[in-house]
Design a protein around this ligand. Structure first.
Ligand code: GDP
Length: 296
């Protein structure tokens, strides 16, 4: 599971800290050095780590923890709060349009888990009373259209497709009309991915955005790719303006660097986490619960 390596290292550090009756400033410094090493080892962005450790130290010293009764615990609490803050503090929800349908556009590189996440998102949001329509907008891979149709069938969620001969912009426009006509209040648009970011892909996504004005553009990225995921997010964000991120494959052995750096580096919060291949394996991303998981 994600964060297991980081959790182990931090918990070990803090066990030692808690074991000391009184803390000197040198104890805190030493612990923070270990925290820094652990975060870098988890592939967290270097600048993010530097600022993080600085903030924890400032707070720790500012609160006179050295004189308090359980100084070790106080340091741990500060680290926990700052870890949660790093990931966005509270859970970030998707933008819902006051006038239905709400349009959610999923973007990302090939293999990140976009098509699967589209279906998972339909499944998750349906449980909150939404009536989703899935839209097959990846016209370059007929297999992707088929994949979405199969997933839609499994979930009993309608899938809008116009085959692979129409432009994604036309498909997106027609899908919105179809949603209005059939009383669907949530349109989830799957788009084409590439192996790497290229101009053509970005232009096409920008054209879809300009045509239908999605209320929410979510980037789907693979947590296993660590800092690469963060760089990908920066590139998509600067061109398209992202509202958030779906971080997939958190059930794997990702070190956690993407989850911990994403918000701080790109400003885009992680809104959902993919935690398995099954269609119910998508969870709202809770920064505070993630922080608790890391600190045990
Ligand atoms: P796309 O090319 O971005 O549309 O990617 P797909 O949706 O086809 O997913 C690529 C692969 O990743 C598939 O085998 C999915 O089952 C798998 N996958 C997607 N999300 C997750 C996840 O959260 N956890 C795991 N373990 N596998 C995932």
């Amino acid at each position: 599971m994600v964060f297991s390596g980081l959790a182990e290292k931090l918990q070990e550090t803090f066990r030692r800290l808690k074991g000391k009756g009184r803390l000197t400033e040198a104890d805190v410094d030493e612990a923070m050095k270990e925290v820094k090493r652990a975060l870098l080892g988890a592939d967290v962005n270097f600048q993010v780590v530097k600022k993080f450790v600085q903030r924890v130290k400032e707070r720790a010293i500012g609160q006179d923890i050295l004189d308090s009764l359980t100084p070790g615990q106080q340091v741990i609490k500060i680290v926990r709060d700052e870890l949660a803050a790093l990931m966005g503090g509270t859970q970030s929800k998707i933008n819902v349009s006051p006038k239905p349908p709400t349009l959610v556009m999923l973007v990302g590189l090939h293999g990140a888990g976009k098509t699967t996440s589209a279906a998972k998102l339909a499944n998750t949001l349906r449980k909150t009373g939404r009536r989703p329509l899935l839209v097959a907008g990846d016209v370059y891979r007929p297999a992707a259209i088929k994949q979405l149709q199969v997933l839609g069938q499994q979930l009993d969620v309608p899938v809008f497709s116009m085959g692979d001969r129409q432009s994604p912009v036309d498909i997106a426009r027609a899908a919105v009309e179809h949603a209005v006509g059939t009383g669907r209040d949530l349109v989830i648009i799957d788009t084409a991915g590439r192996l790497q970011i290229d101009q053509e892909m970005m232009d096409e996504l920008a054209a879809i955005k300009a045509a239908v004005h999605p209320h929410e553009i979510l980037l789907v990225v693979d947590a296993m790719t660590g800092q690469v995921a963060v760089n990908v997010a920066e590139a998509f964000n600067s061109r398209l303006g992202l509202d958030g991120v779906i971080l997939t494959k958190l059930d794997g052995d990702a070190r956690g660097g993407a989850a911990l750096s994403m918000k701080a580096v790109t400003g885009c919060p992680v809104k959902f986490a993919g935690v398995g291949e099954k269609l119910d394996a998508l969870e709202p991303f809770h920064p505070d619960r993630m922080a608790d998981r890391i600190l045990g």
